[in-house]
Write a protein that binds this ligand. Structure first.
Ligand code: C2E
Ligand code: CA
Ligand code: CA
Length: 623
């Protein structure tokens, strides 16, 4: 019955086993509370405990009938004895008659222990780290069945501790990069969120240079060795309280907490950079290592971790542009810009969540007029272009160009759909006003043109509005066509044209392959960008570009619309160059549909049905 003396090393192993459960000083958990309650009930004992024997104390993970969280570990303590022999329970039928315990304060005073039955809690490594015990205040005998009950419940306690440990390990594994042992992207972003919420912080985003070459050229094992070496050196280059994480293939992040001084930051960055510029020994070779760093200082007011990361990434991108191996700092403008973008996206999402039709979105319509050949000709409206307007109380009104750039393709598609819906609904009401010949021009963003069946969706929207495709012009930018537009989408766009829609290439001349686009899609016209128009008469090259564009387009049987006409001189120059139609503040600004309606009524000359004629001079005063 007496157990062997325990060696200090066995005790150390035992404590290691206990600590591996990470259970000491945790709050109560139902499963253990229920097990002690059950132990007390099944054995009719007033007290039942799950006790864990720490170096200096006995800590109770669960207790029934006892109000103490822990007691000092001493020779008079029952559970300290129970663990001495992992193979059998400790049974004390009358403590006052047991020399080991009769002088124990637990017997001579509260809780007045008289009888004790404890089963050691033994883990798979064979260490007894605690006990499940029942205690009585009167002497009693424990029969075999009672002992067996406690043994079974003790096993249940161990199983649940094991399970708990396995879950902790799994959670840890889900947050750790297995190759380097560093926190992975998820853990890093979570740490970044915590750190950003609690004070100023510096984020270093870094990419290894030439990693792909090593990985491809020397093999993946060499690549792994490079990553592991980089991880080690990063860890060594910063303080233990700083965090290093691996967030992608060869991408790492360092979070410096509580550092604000720019010189200190520069010093640390240099140390990190130096550490990553020494070659790595691998087998018999030396592998080349290098890194580019992007640094963002984050102010104390909490920022979303994604935004912080993007600011650091922006600095990294710029550093790379200047040449690999450098250290780049986020500029105030970058940070401001990215914060603004994030605010726009947040506001847009709030709007989209509140209503599918985006409360803050409205459509403005801007007339496009025929220029006519002779200078005396009065313009006639050939189309109205639908232009998105969006505002939100949190960010105000955002110019559509900035908006489309900020929100990304998915949201752009949503906004595009809503704007078309509003434009078509408004346009229906104009037909009665005598614009039978005019079309409504709809813009397709780059993100949308990449989508399968976008042309079918547009056709569907037009039909749902009760309009024919003959009332519609679709404007696609050169840049949008450049993106991976599928053959199927091109075919569908061509089919739209077959059903009466006009297809126009927008921002002609600003993309990188405008001329090539002319061959990809059957078109009806091109729109000359306002940057050319606005330099007409100022820069001889602009005149030449416009002249050549008109001649090229006409040679291909395409109409030319000029955009951004603000002066009579520009209009005259375009007329002289043979441009077919024009759009600009000189004729009309973009207007909300009801304003445009009144504006049109004011300007109808005579009562020629089907033709709206503008008074050229007074028109420019509108909007
Ligand atoms: P865009 O398609 O080239 O539209 C023409 C832009 O030129 C409009 O800017 C219009 O207001 C502006 N504009 C027209 N006349 C003049 C002028 O005389 N002077 C000057 N300075 N500007 C003039 P806006 O409305 O700010 O739109 C900017 C861009 O945003 C558009 O360029 C288009 O690319 C995009 N966008 C606007 N609405 C939509 C939409 O509903 N869908 C899509 N996909 N893109 C849109
Ligand atoms: Ca356009
Ligand atoms: Ca344009």
């Amino acid at each position: 019955m007496m157990s062997p003396a325990r060696s200090p090393s066995a005790e150390a192993d035992r404590l290691t086993a206990l600590r591996s459960y990470e259970v000491l000083d945790t709050s109560s958990e139902d499963v253990f509370d229920n097990l002690v309650a059950l132990a007390a009930r099944l054995t009719a004992s007033p007290i039942a405990l799950v006790s864990l024997v720490d170096a200096e104390r006995i800590w109770f993970k669960a207790r029934h009938g006892l109000d103490v969280e822990e007691i000092r570990r001493g020779s008079h303590v029952f559970c300290a004895h129970t663990i001495l022999d992992p193979t059998r329970p400790l049974v004390v039928e009358d403590a006052t008659a047991d020399v080991r315990f009769q002088a124990s304060p637990l017997v001579t005073g509260a809780p007045d222990i008289r009888a004790y039955l404890g089963v050691p809690l033994v883990g798979p490594e064979g260490h007894a780290f605690g006990s499940l015990c029942v205690i009585d205040r009167v002497p009693r005998q424990y029969d075999a069945e009672t002992i067996d009950t406690i043994r079974t419940l003790a096993r249940a306690v161990v199983v649940n501790l094991e399970l708990r440990r396995a879950l902790l390990r799994a959670r840890e594994a889900a947050l750790t990069d297995p190759l380097t042992g560093l926190p992975n992207r998820r853990a890093t972003m979570a740490a970044l969120a915590d750190a950003a919420a609690s004070g100023p912080l510096v984020v270093i985003a870094l990419d290894l240079d030439h990693f792909k070459e090593v990985n491809d050229g020397e093999g993946h094992a060499a690549g792994d060795a490079l990553l592991q070496a980089a991880a080690c050196r990063l860890r060594e280059a910063v303080r233990p309280c700083d965090m290093v994480g691996r967030i992608g293939g060869d991408e790492f992040v360092v979070l410096l907490v509580g550092v604000t001084d720019r010189d200190v930051v520069a010093g640390i960055a240099q140390r990190v950079s130096d550490a990553l510029h020494r070659p790595v020994e691998y087998e018999t070779r030396l592998l080349r290592l290098g890194a580019t760093l992007g640094i963002a200082a984050v102010p104390a007011d909490a920022m979303e971790p994604e935004v912080v990361m993007r600011i650091a990434d922006e600095a990294l991108v710029r550093a790379k542009r200047d040449g690999r191996g450098r250290v780049g700092y986020a500029s105030r403008e970058d940070a401001t810009q990215l914060l603004r973008t994030a605010a726009i996206v947040r506001a847009f999402d709030a709007d989209a969540a509140a209503s599918d039709l985006l409360q803050g979105a409205t459509v403005y319509l801007q007339p496009i007029v025929a220029l006519g050949r002779a200078p005396v000709a009065v313009p006639r409206i050939v189309a109205v272009e639908a232009l998105a307007r969006w505002s939100h109380p949190a960010v105000g009104t955002i110019p559509p160009g900035d908006l489309f750039a900020a929100i990304g393709p998915e949201r752009a598609a949503h906004l595009g759909r809503v704007i078309r819906e509003r434009a078509l609904a408004a346009f229906v009401t104009f037909r009665g006003a005598g614009m039978a010949d005019a079309r409504v021009a709809l813009n397709l963003s780059a993100g949308e043109v990449c989508r399968a069946d976008i042309a079918l969706h547009v056709a569907e929207q037009v039909e749902r509005a009760g309009l024919s495709l003959r009332c519609v012009e679709v404007e696609i930018t050169e840049e949008a066509l450049l993106d991976r537009v599928s053959k199927r989408t091109l075919d569908q766009l061509a089919a739209l044209r077959g059903r009466g829609a006009r297809l126009v290439l927008d921002d002609f001349g600003t993309g990188t392959s405008g001329l090539a686009q002319l061959l990809r899609l059957p078109l009806d016209g091109v729109k000359l960008d306002k940057q050319f128009i606005q330099r007409l008469g100022v820069d001889a090259r602009a005149d030449e570009i416009v002249r050549a564009s008109v001649s090229l387009a006409h040679g291909l049987g395409l109409q030319v619309v000029a955009e951004g006409i603000e002066t009579e001189q520009q209009a005259a120059a375009l007329r002289a160059l043979g441009c077919d139609a024009a759009q600009g503040f000189l004729f009309a600004r973009p207007m909300p549909p009801d304003v445009l309606k009144g504006w049109l009524q004011d300007r109808v000359l005579g009562n020629t049905p089907g033709v709206l004629v503008l008074r050229p001079r007074s028109a420019s005063a509108a909007g």
